[in-house]
Design a protein around this ligand. Structure first.
Ligand code: AMP
Length: 252
């Protein structure tokens, strides 16, 4: 399905709620969309032993959050590499890391209008996670839809044990509701699936608590901007049609 306006979308939700699954489905349905998952970008850095990867590895393993300034640098670089940010806005993002609020606002006011070209449509998955990150992101690129995905905690905890990933592509499977065609192998490449080291109950609880703490102020940020919607469901299949309908109403 074709988009008629640019969609600049965030998916927000507890770890394991299926943000990756929904992003993948939206990408299939709306080919103009592209996606960025900060969790995948970070895991890629860890795996490739980049300086950033080495720096964030222990925080990620313990279920903590990577520092906001590192995240802003990561996301700015990624948006820049994909051509979704003008060179000027890259300078702004770097300035935002170091500058006072006043300087940031001054610089931000120099920015042009965001493109409404539907080809400039994207989903951010996993970023921003708190109000400070949302504020920083606003200085680079304005979001026009924030989706809060909601599933009960007990359902999410039960789901973690069944989650397997194909690391090179970021494709996510679940042995109870999104099985790979061949057990233990990726549908597209046939390569082996792996467990994420942070998919244990103990780590999950820590990540969920972190998420809850930061989430309310994040949602409030987007509620105040008038771009927040909530989509509830027990499973990804229950959530997807509601999400498609909201998307079509706004962008198709
Ligand atoms: P995810 O795959 O989105 O659950 O992310 C996995 C891990 O990467 C998280 O537990 C964090 O340690 C880190 N991470 C991903 N996105 C962010 C972010 N926006 N801010 C801080 N840490 C992040």
């Amino acid at each position: 399905m074709q988009l008629r306006r640019a969609a600049r979308v965030l998916l927000v939700g507890a770890p394991g709620v299926g943000k990756g699954t929904q992003a993948e489905r939206l990408l299939n349905r709306f080919p103009q969309l592209q996606s960025i998952s900060t969790g995948d970008l970070l895991r890629h850095n860890v795996k490739s032993r980049t300086p950033l990867g080495i720096q964030v590895e222990s925080v990620m393993k313990s279920g903590g959050l990577v520092a906001d300034d590192l995240m802003l640098r990561l996301i700015s670089n990624e948006l820049q590499n994909r051509g979704w940010l003008a060179r000027q806005t890259m300078t702004l993002s770097m300035a935002a890391v170091h500058s006072s609020h006043d300087a940031e606002h001054h610089l931000t006011s120099l920015r042009g209008q965001p493109s409404e070209d539907p080809a400039a449509s994207f989903i951010l998955d996993g970023y921003p996670r708190n109000a400070a990150q949302a504020h920083s992101l606003e200085s680079i690129i304005p979001i026009n839809l924030a989706v809060s995905l909601k599933t009960p905690f007990e359902v999410l905890l039960g789901r973690i044990s069944g989650r397997w990933v194909h690391q090179p592509s970021g494709r996510v499977y679940n042995t109870s509701f999104n099985k790979p065609k061949v057990p233990g192998h990726d549908d597209i490449t046939g390569e082996p699936l792996t467990k994420r080291p942070d998919d244990t109950e103990e780590v999950y609880r820590a990540r969920y608590d972190q998420f809850q703490k930061a989430n309310e102020s994040l949602l409030e940020h987007y509620r105040q901007k008038g771009v927040l919607i909530e989509v509830e469901g027990m499973t990804s299949d229950e959530i997807s049609p509601k999400l498609y309908a909201e998307f079509e109403k706004r962008f198709a």
